[in-house]
Design a binder for this molecule. Structure first.
Ligand code: FRU
Length: 690
């Protein structure tokens, strides 16, 4: 399995936690180390095959996703040469002297082909396999019945396909086996810390999980006064794995309340991405006769395939019951995922858009009861067909600015790699949907011109009197996803209101329908202080126009009007510090607005640095920008959202200034308003939740 390629330093917090967990009660018998794989040789292990090389691995191997959770510097890792490589490692026999054998394990979950076995008299008496995660976690066997007997170990990798590797570290004999990561305990400890939701790189008005890894938004739905935000979540650590649905709710789309895990990985089947609907008429029969049930439709990933599953809730999404008839769709395929379901009023039925990821095909299904589905049609391959993957589709109808009463449909899908700014990103098509078939009117366009906006989906069931179509995306890129933050990883974008507008970015091209993304109006309520910045006499080099040093200064919005005149470029530098800045500017040569993060701070990955440009129109000599900055994020909305650039940044400085520049005296910045935005977290860590 490869998605990300390099490895930053393993998390300090994880290391400390493991040290605390393994310490054991005072006076207890000491643990006996079987191997910590810290040596430059395999020593007591006999190695065959090519998967292990001649010495233990120093963490992540070439082309492997980031490996974490091991102790010290090294581990035994069979990814040398990729998933194809196979091999066996056999340990010299040893005497059992403690009740348990414990070890850290990660890698693929293929019990017949991959794992670690305990042997007694040549027979396998215990075995374990990986968890489909590169994050190693504790596992242990009770072996008390073998005390005084001689046993040996065998680590084997006979798997050659995806996830065909196993990672093991720190094998010990112990009387008090380390507990696997316990979400509730670690979460409670984190809630008592001064850093709670307030680390220097923690976004303050963007949603992020309290601790651990998050990816795609899932199941966005409005119900009974609450906007639900489910998301891909690892309850066992700060790296991808054990995918489950995390949960948060909001009443205003700006303040979020973290809630307990909604849909867990179960029996080795992960809960991958999907959507949620409110079944107002109880068409599914899964209601309790009182309120309309919430129904989640998501991908079950495990046993070598991907199927579509249902779960339902009678208590406003707080607890979930897996549907007894799961799966509701099974094509016996390994790449069939991320169902988006909605009610299609004209044909009075549920419609699902779901992806055949590797084929770059979206299949549409219909159902009257959410449990039985019939194929309607297929769309694709389309867009950038020579690049991998389509994931997380969304399909919805939108109004058109300037064409009252007219609507068109948008089909959005996300590519795992090869998008406009590099790595993962979304494409969209604009066309018609008659309840059966989607037909595109024009070529595919990029959803966002930055590197960090992925897998957006829109809220379902927003009340008619509101009428907006609002989405959020994962503020990250698979290629550089192992961002330098701990104990959490990733945040969501700000919610964006969607509409279409027919425009031409330049005179040579015909006008097309462009997706406009506007920051939702609710965000204005977070402004707590606003100032107009003085932008007189601009030239090159950039001139400092304001500065700040309080942590609350690092979350703000800038409203800027640029007047490029005849200059080649004009713009701003934000979060500038010693040798650091992020530049936002207009570049005439590319007729676009760019975000340049080459020197924005920590470049944690070789592909992180760069400049990302979106086409931008100069309208009546001006370009209007709304720039949202939030400690480790920047989102630039160009001319009312005709173009967007979303990028993570990881500045290191505690003080910063904003600077402005202009290529010549014909260029100016007639308006520059700075609005400081309040934290949505309020830092109330005393209000512990169950
Ligand atoms: C997209 C994705 C989805 C999948 C999920 C797994 O980012 O790869 O296709 O359901 O992540 O976490």
């Amino acid at each position: 399995m490869r998605k990300d390629m390099t490895a930053p330093i393993p998390s300090l917090i994880a290391g400390l936690l493991i040290a605390a967990i393994t310490a054991g009660p005072a006076g207890a018998q000491e643990d006996i180390l079987i191997d910590d794989f810290e040596s430059n040789q395999y020593e007591q292990w006999t190695i065959t095959g090519s998967a292990w090389g001649t010495s233990p691995a120093s963490g992540t191997l070439p082309n492997q996703m980031h490996v974490s959770g091991y102790l010290g510097e090294k581990l035994i890792n069979s990814f040398l040469g990729g998933d194809r490589a196979i091999g066996v490692a056999v340990r010299e026999p040893f005497l059992v002297k403690r009740t348990h054998l414990a070890f850290l394990i990660g890698g693929g979950r293929l019990p017949d082909l991959l794992g670690i076995q305990l042997l007694f008299n040549g027979e396998v008496i215990r075995s374990a396999t990986g968890t489909e995660s590169e994050n190693l976690t504790w596992s242990s066997w009770n072996i008390s019945e073998y005390i005084g007997k001689e046993v040996s170990l065998r680590i084997f990798d006979e798997a050659t396909e995806g996830w065909g590797h196993i990672n093991i570290d720190h094998i010990i004999q112990t009387n008090s086996p380390p507990k696997p990561f316990e979400l509730a305990t670690v979460l409670n400890e984190y809630r008592q810390t001064d850093q709670y939701m307030n680390e220097p790189l923690r976004p303050q008005y963007h949603f992020s999980p309290e601790i651990n890894w998050m990816n795609d938004p899932n199941g966005l739905v409005y119900h009974d006064g609450e906007y639900h935000l489910f998301h891909q979540y690892n309850p066992a650590g700060n790296a991808w794995g054990h995918m489950s649905w995390g949960h948060a709710v909001s009443r205003d789309l700006t303040h979020w309340e973290h809630l307990p895990l909604a849909i867990p990985e179960a029996d080795g089947i992960m809960a991958f991405s999907g959507s949620c609907v409110v079944d107002h008429t109880n068409s599914s029969g899964l209601g309790d006769g009182k309120d309309a049930p919430m129904i989640a439709i998501y991908t079950g990933h495990g046993n070598g395939k991907q199927v579509q599953n249902l779960a339902y809730s009678h208590d406003r999404g707080r607890t979930w019951i897996p549907y007894a008839g799961n799966p509701v769709l099974d094509l016996d395929l390994t790449d069939f995922r991320d169902p988006k379901v909605f009610w299609h009023e004209p044909t009075k039925r549920w419609v699902m858009a779901v992806s055949l990821a590797n084929e770059k095909v979206i299949i549409f299904y219909e159902s009257t009861n959410l449990t039985q589905w019939k194929e309607l049609s297929r769309f694709g391959p389309a867009g950038v067909v020579n690049k991998p993957n389509w994931e997380c589709p969304d399909l919805f109808e939108l109004p058109i600015d300037g064409e009252p009463g007219k609507t068109l449909w948008v089909l959005e899908a996300d590519m795992g790699d090869g998008s406009i700014a590099g790595g993962s990103g979304g494409e969209y098509f604009v066309g018609t949907f008659d309840g059966c078939r989607f037909k595109t009117l024009q070529h595919a366009q990029w959803v966002d011109h930055g590197r960090d906006f992925y897998a957006p989906i829109s809220w379902d069931n927003i009340p008619k009197q509101d009428g907006r179509r609002i989405w959020i995306g994962w503020f990250n890129n698979w290629q550089t996803s192992v961002t330098p933050t701990s104990p959490w990883r990733s945040c969501m974008s700000i919610p964006r209101e969607l509409s279409l507008k027919k425009i031409a970015f330049n005179q040579e091209e015909p006008a097309t329908y462009v997706l406009q993304q506007k920051p939702i109006g609710e965000l204005r309520s977070l402004r707590f202080s606003s100032i107009s910045l003085d932008t007189d006499r601009l030239s090159w080099p950039p001139r400092q126009i304001t500065q700040g040093s309080k942590i609350s200064d690092m979350s703000f919005e800038l409203e800027a009007q640029l007047r490029p005149g005849s200059a080649r470029s004009i713009g701003l530098r934000i979060r500038t510090g010693e040798n650091e800045f992020t530049e936002v500017g207009y570049d005439r040569q590319y007729a676009g607005i760019y975000v340049d993060r080459n020197q924005s701070g920590i470049n944690h990955h070789p592909n992180f640095a760069g400049r990302h440009t979106s086409p931008a129109r100069v309208i009546n000599n001006h370009i209007n920008l709304r720039i949202f900055v939030d400690r480790s994020t920047i989102e630039v909305f160009i001319n009312d959202g005709e173009g967007v650039i979303s990028d993570r940044i990881f500045p290191t400085g505690e003080t910063f200034s904003i600077e402005a520049f202009a290529g010549n005296e014909t260029a100016s910045i007639p308006k520059l308003e700075l609005h400081f935005l309040k934290s949505i977290w309020n830092h109330h860590h005393e209000d512990s939740k169950p």
